[in-house]
Ligand binder design. Structure first.
Ligand code: F6R
Length: 243
């Protein structure tokens, strides 16, 4: 695992956007796995700026989703489909057809999970998967004690994650869904390159456990230690508890 400490979130965003741009220059139809939440926004802004400036042609890039709320209509502004279309697909000038994600409003949720794993494999696998990290060490929505071999499936959010995400729902925890579809840890580990960005002091404990703790399902992000090509980019605040 490679750990890169950057001064701040903007620098982390720039660094990762350049790595994504370099990948797309090498492989124009790369499948880029994106995360939602606040952390990756500087990455998406920096990458879109590179596209606008003509530094990279992303017209053939493909985008896939890491996770999705269950039970929110697809058009809900906080469904992750809507968020990824708004924050990534549109700013990069891509068509919706370049984007794939699990169907959080399917009647057969388990079937939708299995179909998504199959779709990722049929698409050739994820070339670069971006990850954020929860304060409890989750990646995607693999909450603590998720199997390290898990596949895409339905999960129940912890109270802590629902509290953390209430800010996207007018601060009202009652509006935060209880369930999500998430790529499993085993699914995530199949991506060719994993890039986790963590910023802010609130992530410092989770980062220390991920990087310096044992590989353990109580800290799902520690599974990155098992991956041959994992990069953890942290700002100084998130790095503050590393030895
Ligand atoms: C979202 C996701 C989550 C977030 C994590 C951190 O797609 O996969 O694991 O990355 O909850 O969220 P932020 O970045 O908002 O602190």
């Amino acid at each position: 695992m490679e750990v890169v400490i950057v001064p701040d979130a903007k620098a982390g965003g720039e660094l990762i956007a350049e790595a994504m741009a370099a990948l797309v220059r090498r492989k124009p139809d790369a499948l880029l796995g994106v995360a939602t939440g606040s952390t990756p926004l500087p990455i998406y802004e920096a990458l879109a700026a590179k596209v606008r400036a003509g530094e990279v042609d992303a017209a053939r890039a493909r985008i896939c989703q890491l996770d999705e709320y269950v039970g929110l209509p697809a058009g809900h502004p906080e469904s992750y489909r809507s968020v990824v279309l708004r924050e990534v697909v549109e700013p990069l000038g891509l068509d919706e057809s370049a984007f794939m994600g699990p169907d959080g409003s399917a009647e057969d949720v388990q079937g939708a999970c299995e179909a998504y794993d199959r779709a990722l494999a049929e698409a050739g696998g994820v070339d670069l998967q971006l990850l954020g990290i929860g304060t409890d060490g989750h990646i995607g929505f693999n909450e603590p004690c998720s199997s390290l071999a898990s596949r895409t499936r339905i999960k129940t959010l912890t109270e802590q994650t629902r509290v953390d995400n209430a800010r996207f729902f007018e601060g009202d925890i009652d509006q935060v869904p209880h369930h999500v579809i998430t790529q499993g840890i085993g699914t995530i580990l199949e991506a060719r390159h994993l890039v986790l960005l963590a910023t802010g002091e609130g992530k410092a404990d989770a980062v220390a456990a991920t990087v310096e703790g044992p590989v353990a399902s109580v800290v799902p992000a520690s599974a990155l230690q098992l991956h041959p090509h994992a990069t953890v980019v942290v700002d100084e605040a998130a790095a503050s508890k590393l030895k």
